[in-house]
Design a protein around this ligand. Structure first.
Ligand SMILES: NC(=O)c1ccc[n+]([C@@H]2O[C@H](COP(=O)([O-])OP(=O)(O)OC[C@H]3O[C@@H](n4cnc5c(N)ncnc54)[C@H](O)[C@@H]3O)[C@@H](O)[C@H]2O)c1
Length: 258
């Protein structure tokens, strides 16, 4: 049976996922349509995705997860989320992960090692996870920053620590940098054990994440340095491939790491 896939969002990640699916990168999965932003009187619509797709992939942002996610799950569809930061919201998390009958899947996205952390959280205890993320200063400019702060950040000649704290501090100050910390909290099954350090580094050639998870079943030290997406310097080129890998597993798990 073919797994029918619809996408919400066709930016850097969504357009690459569409290309990969059309090229047959996920045998057993087929692209049914892409929900455009705004006017849906022509072309594919969210209602069409609801009717025709087996799984809907969100590649559009936190607001789209809030808008479409609960409706998909309530209708019994499966949802694959890229904007994992949306699950920082406890009520949305419940709607997506617990209410059913649809299922919510989370892409491994820009990270590695979530499988080991999930297994350790289920079979043991996790005492602490730290994640140090480094990005170019321009990728970390925020609307709340005043002119001087922005200018200082953009002209910095050395690395600057911008934040040290848990998911709630990160979400308030750097909402677009919450995917990785949310993914780690979800893998751990605990939002209190994750501590993030966010660094603006003018020398950063790639966005990098250094994760250290201390658990009763082992210590995992994971370093990931991602090439930027050609379509969006703030996004990682790996993410569409992680999405397609997930779809391939959903469609035909034989030979997959699960
Ligand atoms: N999990 C991870 O590791 C990870 C890594 C990178 C990015 N992401 C997330 O993936 C998402 C997409 O990233 P991107 O680089 O493709 O961004 P992008 O800005 O290039 O593209 C987003 C697209 O979604 C569209 N869109 C927004 N709201 C929509 C709606 N309601 N309906 C239909 N389309 C809508 C926009 O018009 C845009 O074309 C981001 O929210 C980002 O947080 C996750």
């Amino acid at each position: 049976m073919v797994l029918k896939v619809a996408l919400i969002g066709s930016g850097a990640i969504g357009s690459r996922v569409a290309e990969l699916l059309d090229a047959g990168a996920a045998p057993g999965a087929e692209l049914t349509g892409v929900v455009p932003r705004g006017d849906t009187r022509t072309g594919f619509s969210f209602e069409a995705a609801l009717e025709l797709a087996d799984v809907v992939v969100e590649c559009a942002g936190v607001a789209a997860v809030e808008e479409f996610g609960p409706r998909l799950i309530a209708a019994g569809k499966d949802l694959l989320v890229t904007s994992i930061g949306a699950l920082c919201d406890a009520s949305l998390r419940k709607a997506l992960l617990e209410d059913g009958p649809g299922r919510t899947f989370l892409t491994t996205g820009a990270l590695g090692g979530l499988d080991a952390i999930t297994a350790a959280g289920a079979g043991g205890t996790i005492s602490r996870i730290t994640v140090e993320s480094r990005k170019l200063p321009a990728a970390l400019i925020q609307p709340w920053m005043d002119g001087q702060t922005r200018a200082d950040l953009l002209s910095a000649t050395h690395a600057v620590e911008l934040l040290r704290g848990g998911p709630s501090e990160l979400i308030r100050a750097f909402p677009k940098s919450t995917n990785v910390v949310s993914a780690l909290a979800l893998a751990a099954g605990n939002w209190d054990v994750v501590q993030a350090v966010l660094i603006a580094d003018p020398a950063a050639k790639q966005t990098s994440h250094h994760v250290r998870a201390e658990t009763s079943l082992g210590t995992f030290d994971i370093r990931v340095s991602n090439e930027a997406s050609p379509g969006n310097p703030a996004s990682s080129a790996l993410v569409p491939h992680a999405v397609v890998r997930g779809l391939k597993t959903l469609a035909n798990a034989s030979g997959s790491f699960i």
